[in-house]
Design a protein around this ligand. Structure first.
Ligand code: SF4
Ligand code: FES
Length: 264
């Protein structure tokens, strides 16, 4: 860490009330173990009360402090100044609309969680009472590595495909969908799989693993997306065979005189 001082170049503006985007420089004298979030609060308290950024827990629990540090999406509260050098550039997360300075609008991100049906829809007995899932079962083993997401948006910011296709569901929503598609208590599996296999779903992912590399929780959304692709492909193959056996063109109307799988 630079003992004498660190220069922060911070992206300012970008919101409706201050559309002119620009960089503004601030110098601070770092303290031992100081984090980027500590530096931001020091600048806001001591130099510029108008600086806009967001945080809540300060301990890596809520994900609200996510921003770009020297071009990489990271949590401000868990990023120490040690090793960042004497010049640090802070920008808002990529792929999000900017509200003000370093604070972004999370609505598009959470709207995609909704599109991927990222909520539990229990069926059968699970809807009546808590269902028991063996901690050692294969189902639990598939879901566990993907369940600790705190919806910080870092993987979404790191994803180049979100930049190419703003309607792409993105790594976090697809990771969440995977945990639910794998869950035997779920009632919404077919609809969820249809959504994630749609035009702006899993097939948009080019498996670059930027999301996996960036996730501070050690989750691999890219692995979840690959597993969803396999499930979607298997579902498509089943539909294809069933359509052939039923005398229908796959995905189309039944040919005249043919029988569908459900016909008696
Ligand atoms: S998968 Fe990781 S990086 Fe992505 S939103 Fe969840 S916790 Fe954040
Ligand atoms: S402030 Fe909660 S994760 Fe950083």
């Amino acid at each position: 860490m630079a003992a004498n001082g660190v220069i922060f170049r911070i992206r300012r503006g970008g919101g409706a009330d201050d559309p002119g985007e620009r960089f503004q420089a601030y110098a601070i004298t770092p303290r031992p173990r100081m984090t980027v979030l500590d530096a931001l609060t020091a600048i806001q308290n001591g130099q510029d009360a108008t600086l806009g950024f967001r945080y809540s827990c300060r301990v890596g629990m809520c994900g609200t402090c996510a921003l770009q540090v020297n071009g990489r999406p990271r949590w401000a509260c868990r990023t120490r100044l040690d090793g960042l050098g004497e010049n640090v550039t802070l920008e808002p997360l990529a792929n999000f609309p900017v509200l003000r300075d370093l604070a972004v609008d999370m609505d598009p991100f959470f709207n995609k969680m909704n599109r991927a049906r990222g909520w539990a829809e229990p069926s059968g007995e699970a809807a009546q009472a808590p269902a028991r899932i063996s901690p050692l079962g294969r189902e639990r083993g598939r879901i566990d590595p993907h369940i600790e997401c705190i919806t910080c948006g870092i993987c979404y910011s790191a994803c180049t495909m979100v930049g190419h296709d703003p309607a792409f569901l993105g790594p976090a929503a697809l990771n969440r969908a995977y945990t639910l598609v794998c869950d035997s208590r779920e009632a919404g599996g077919a609809e969820r799989l249809a959504e994630v296999a749609g035009e702006h779903g899993v097939w948009r992912c080019h498996s670059q693993f930027n999301c996996t590399e960036a996730c501070p929780k050690g989750i691999s959304p890219a692995t979840a997306i690959q597993a969803l692709k396999r499930r979607a492909a298997a579902g498509g193959a089943r539909e294809f065979v069933s359509a052939l056996l039923g005398g229908r063109a796959p995905g189309g109307e039944r040919a005249s005189g043919g029988k569908s799988a459900g016909d008696s």
